[in-house]
Design a protein around this ligand. Structure first.
Ligand code: UDX
Length: 436
């Protein structure tokens, strides 16, 4: 077993640290956020992630997992994972790499020959090469090992990933780095997990390309939804019909309000910016359209609300179901649901937002919106209901009982998850994106 450090214990790092400890490694988690550290040290997950609290409890009882803000504590570790965020920069599309640089700098004084620094953060191609010199000056080596975890399934995606990608340098140094990573991931590899060895740029691009592809799939079906709206088709039937072809596949073809979150939107924008820097902007210029299609869905949803209310939402009590960017997450970064809620408020609607887990984060992001944690209370007296994040409890709502709560039975299904016939049968005006 290896002693590891994990620098940055947010969504990625906290799950990675707890997962690696559960595999038997000794793990030191480092972060600058004292509140996060306090939570994790008490085996409390600082964010909602199914399975993480149980994993933290189990691993902390074994004393293999500790957390600190003091980077010098990483000294006993020989493999150091960099798991900090790379948000969109404040002044453009590029990724802000300041956290990655700071994380690497913070461990440089404490590493040396035989140590391996492993980047897991999503970075623009070329970053690993740029950092490698600094790491090698200490005698240590650098690998890039992108993560592919989905929020809500992060523990599963870490412990039983589809693949492990190692970006390593050529020659003996690369072989040693791969061996060190094999030791860390031994039990994951023993499950038969595919391991792909690549150079730095390929490893970095694998992550960006995967996210770009997923975003493209979603925007493709949402573009078809736009056509269905004008031509009078049903995008859900269309998705089933094309998705049955296993070259296309039905996954990630759910039309609706589109993608959000801390990854897909900023990753495709950073990719556009990086490709431009490299003089290869044309190769990914289609991603601008992917982004534009995605954002148009939010406008269309707000327009549909106005249309259903007879041309004006001013003074209408609107209940928004969902604030998180997707179900099973409390993450509201670039949340389509919150964007639509805010747009309707700006158009004069009296908006109440409910969500099972994301209200705290949402109210920090949109302090001027009204939040109501209780679903029944949120629905009472509504003149229009919008289902914008498809939590199970919203998908399973009974149209008859909800009709008794609201003022006017009008619902917009922003995720195409309700049965239109059932809702209409219960007396509702039902509208959705891309459906008649
Ligand atoms: C994504 C990638 O899946 C993951 O591999 C990467 O490491 C990080 O980014 P995540 O952001 O957790 O993960 O969310 P994901 O499950 O991919 O969903 C992204 C967004 O797309 C959500 O807003 C979701 O609602 C939306 N989506 C997804 C659709 O609109 N339609 C679909 O069919 C699927």
């Amino acid at each position: 077993m290896t002693t590891l450090s994990v620098v940055g214990v947010g969504y990625l790092g906290a799950v990675h640290a707890a997962s690696m400890a559960s595999l038997g490694h000794t793990v030191i988690g480092v972060d600058v956020d004292e509140r996060k550290l306090e939570d994790l040290a008490a085996a409390r997950a600082p964010f909602f992630e199914p399975g993480l609290p149980e994993l933290l409890e189990r691993t902390q009882d074994s004393a293999r997992l500790s957390f600190t803000s003091d980077a010098s504590v990483v000294a006993p570790a020989t493999v150091h994972f960099v798991c900090v965020g790379t948000p969109q920069s404040a002044d453009g599309l590029h990724a802000d790499l300041s956290h990655v640089d700071a994380a690497v700098d913070s461990i440089l004084p404490h590493i040396g020959p035989g140590h391996l620094v492993v980047g897991k953060s999503t970075v623009p191609v070329g970053t690993a090469e740029r950092l490698a010199g600094r790491v090698r000056a200490t005698g240590a080596e650098l690998a890039w090992n992108p993560e592919f975890l989905r929020e809500g399934k992060a523990v599963q995606d870490t412990l039983t990933p589809d693949r492990l990608v190692y970006g390593v340098p050529d020659g003996a140094a690369g072989e040693r780095a791969a061996q060190q990573l094999d030791e860390v991931y031994r039990s994951v590899l023993d499950l038969g997990t595919t391991r792909i060895i690549a150079d730095y740029p390929t490893a970095e691009l694998v992550k960006t390309a995967a996210n770009s592809f997923l975003a493209t799939k979603i925007s493709f079906i949402n573009a078809m939804a736009e056509l269905c709206e004008t031509a009078g088709g049903d995008v859900t039937v269309l998705a089933d019909a094309i998705g049955i072809d296993d070259r296309i596949g039905r996954k990630f073809l759910n039309a609706g309000l589109g993608f959000g979150g801390g990854c897909l939107p900023k990753d495709i924008r950073a990719f556009i910016a990086r490709a431009d820097d490299l003089g290869a902007g044309e190769a990914v210029s289609f991603l601008k359209e992917i982004d534009a299609i995605n954002l148009r869905r939010r406008d269309r949803m707000a327009d549909l609300a106005v249309e259903v209310c007879g041309g004006d939402v001013d003074g209408v009590h609107v209940t928004v179901l969902g604030a998180a960017f997707k179900p099973d997450s409390d993450d509201t970064r670039d949340s389509p649901a919150l964007a639509v809620a805010a747009a309707l408020r700006d158009r004069g609607a009296i908006v109440t937002v409910t969500d099972p887990e994301a209200i705290e984060n949402a109210s920090r992001r949109e302090p001027d919106l009204t939040f109501e944690p209780d679903l029944t209370t949120a629905l009472r007296g509504a003149g229009l209901v919008l289902l914008l994040t498809e939590w199970t409890q919203y998908r399973e709502l009974d149209p008859h009982s909800v009709a008794d709560l609201v003022d006017r039975p009008r619902i917009l299904d922003g995720r195409n998850v309700l049965d239109p016939a059932r809702w209409r049968g219960a007396g509702w005006t039902y509208r959705a994106l891309g459906r008649p």
